[in-house]
Design a protein around this ligand. Structure first.
Ligand code: NAD
Length: 394
C-alpha cells in the first residue's frame, strides 16, 4: 500500500505503520487483516471559531478525533491539547491504543483526539469554552457505546468534566460513561489519576525481577513530571528505588544521592516546575536521558530516544511511560546493546485499564474501593507483562 498519498501521512504515522509492518511479518498476520490495521476506520477533522477573553479576537482552532478500529467494541483514547497535534499524530496514537487494548484484553478499539493549541496560553474560561465547542463539534461520534475520550498530554479531569457536561446537556441527562478520567464527584474512579504511573512501576518491578536488578536502591531517571512521570517517580521512590533525576518541559534536576520525591512533589505543587528544587543540580532534558542509571522512564513526549542518542544511553532497562518515545533505529540499537525495553503499549496501559474500570462503574452506577481498583490493575498488568515477555522470548 502506498502511504505517501494518505492524508494522515506524517513521521509519527509512518513510525506506527513501520512497527505494525515489522510485527505483522514476524507473527505471520494474514495480509487482509494487516492492511486493514494500517489505516484508521474513521478520521474526523474539525475547525471552529473561538473567541478569546479579549472580546474582539476570534481565532480558528483545528481539532481531531480518529477512531482506528470499531470492530472490538466502542473506541477508547485520550484527548491531547498541544501545538503539534495533527491528523497523522492523532492517527498513530489511535493505532497504538488499539494494540494497547488488545494486550490488556479490553473490549475496545483504539481512538485518539486533540486540539492544536497551547493550553498554557489560555485562561481557565477560554479552556472551558474551547473544550465545550470541540465537544459539540464531535458530539455525534462520541458516546458511552461509541467512543469514550480520556485525558492525555495537556488535558486533565477538569477538561473531562466539561466534556461530560456538554454531552449531558445535549442528551438532557447526566451521561458519566461518555468520558473517563473525570473527577470522582461526578463518577470518576478512585485510582484513575495514578493508574498510568502505577502501571509503569508494576512493569518496572516485574522487569527488574526478570533482569535480576534489586528494586531497593535501583537508580531511576524519569523524563516528564506530569501525570505519568510524577506518579511513576513517586511510586518508584515508595518501592525503594532511588530516583536520581527528573525533568519537565522547562528543565531537569539531578541528585545522584536520590531525590526526596514527596518534598519535590510539594515543591512542584507550589512552583509548577521541578526547576530550582533545593539541593539538586540542573540538567538538560537531552543530558538527562544519558545519565548513568538502572532504569530510564521517558514519560513526557514522543520521539525522545533516536538513533542519535540510543548508543549513549546508560540504563539497563527502559520503561516507556510516554507514547512513542523511541524510534525504530533506537529500538534496534537498544536490542543490540542488550537494554531491555518495556514498550509503551504495555508499560503505560494502566491508564486505559482503569479507564475501562471507570467506564464499567459509570455504566453500572456501582463504585469500587481504591484497593479493589489497584488490586485488579495489578492483576491485569502482571498477567499482561508475563504474556508479552513470553511472546517476546519466543
Ligand atoms: P502531562 O501533560 O500531565 O505531563 C507531561 C510532562 O512532560 C510535563 O511535566 C511536561 O512539562 C513535560 N514535557 C512536555 N514537553 C516536554 C519536552 N519537550 N521535553 C521534556 N518534557 C516535556 O501529560 P501526561 O498525561 O503525563 O502524558 C505524558 C505521556 O504519557 C504522553 O506521551 C501521553 O500520551 C502518555 N500517556 C498518558 C496517559 C495518561 O493517563 N495521562 C496514559 C497513557 C499514556
Amino acid at each position: 500500500m502506498e502511504t505517501r498519498t494518505l492524508e494522515w501521512d506524517t513521521p509519527m504515522y509512518r513510525l506506527a505503520v513501520a512497527q505494525l509492518d515489522q510485527t505483522a511479518k514476524l507473527m505471520g498476520l494474514q495480509e487482509n487483516l494487516w492492511h486493514r490495521l494500517r489505516t484508521p476506520q474513521r478520521a474526523h477533522v474539525v475547525s471552529f471559531p473561538f473567541r478569546r477573553d479579549s472580546y474582539n479576537v476570534v481565532e480558528t482552532v483545528f481539532g481531531y478525533r480518529v477512531q482506528h478500529l470499531t470492530t472490538m467494541g466502542p473506541t477508547k483514547g485520550g484527548i491531547r491539547y498541544a501545538l503539534d497535534v495533527d491528523l497523522g499524530e492523532t492517527t498513530a496514537l489511535a493505532m497504538w491504543m488499539s494494540w494497547k487494548c488488545a494486550i490488556m484484553n479490553l473490549p475496545f478499539g483504539g481512538a485518539k483526539g486533540g486540539l492544536r493549541i497551547d493550553p498554557k496560553s489560555f485562561s481557565p474560561a477560554e479552556l472551558q469554552r474551547i473544550t465545550r465547542r470541540y465537544t459539540s463539534e464531535i458530539i455525534d461520534v462520541i458516546g458511552p457505546d461509541r467512543d469514550i475520550p480520556a485525558p492525555d498530554l495537556g488535558t486533565d479531569e477538569q477538561i473531562m468534566a466539561w466534556i461530560m457536561d456538554t454531552y449531558s446537556q445535549f442528551k438532557g441527562h447526566a451521561v458519566p460513561g461518555v468520558v473517563t478520567g473525570k473527577p470522582i464527584e461526578i463518577g470518576g474512579s478512585l485510582g484513575r489519576k495514578e493508574a498510568t504511573g502505577r502501571g509503569v512501576v508494576i512493569c518496572m518491578v516485574a522487569a527488574c525481577r526478570h533482569l535480576g536488578i534489586p528494586v531497593e536502591g535501583a537508580r531511576v531517571v524519569v523524563q516528564g513530571f506530569g501525570n505519568v512521570g510524577a506518579v511513576s517517580a513517586l511510586l518508584a521512590h515508595a518501592a525503594g528505588a532511588r530516583v536520581v533525576a527528573v525533568s519537565d518541559v522547562q528543565s531537569g534536576i539531578h541528585d545522584p544521592r536520590g531525590i526526596d520525591l514527596p518534598a519535590l512533589d510539594r515543591w512542584v505543587a507550589e512552583h509548577r516546575t521541578v526547576e530550582g528544587f533545593p539541593g539538586a543540580e540542573p540538567v538538560s532534558n537531552a543530558d538527562l536521558l544519558t545519565l548513568p542509571c538502572d532504569v530510564l522512564i521517558p514519560a513526557a513526549i514522543q520521539g525522545q530516544i533516536t538513533g542519535a542518542n540510543a548508543p549513549q544511553l546508560k540504563c539497563r532497562l527502559m520503561v516507556e511511560g510516554a507514547n512513542g518515545p523511541t524510534d525504530l533505529d533506537a529500538d534496534r540499537i537498544l536490542a543490540q546493546r542488550g537494554i531491555m525495553v518495556v514498550p509503551d503499549i504495555l508499560a503505560n496501559a494502566g491508564g486505559v485499564t482503569v479507564s475501562y474500570f471507570e467506564w464499567v462503574q459509570s455504566l453500572q452506577h456501582f463504585f469500587w474501593s481504591e484497593d479493589e481498583v489497584n488490586a485488579r490493575l495489578t492483576q491485569l498488568m502482571t498477567k499482561a507483562f508475563a504474556d508479552v515477555l513470553a511472546t517476546a522470548q519466543q
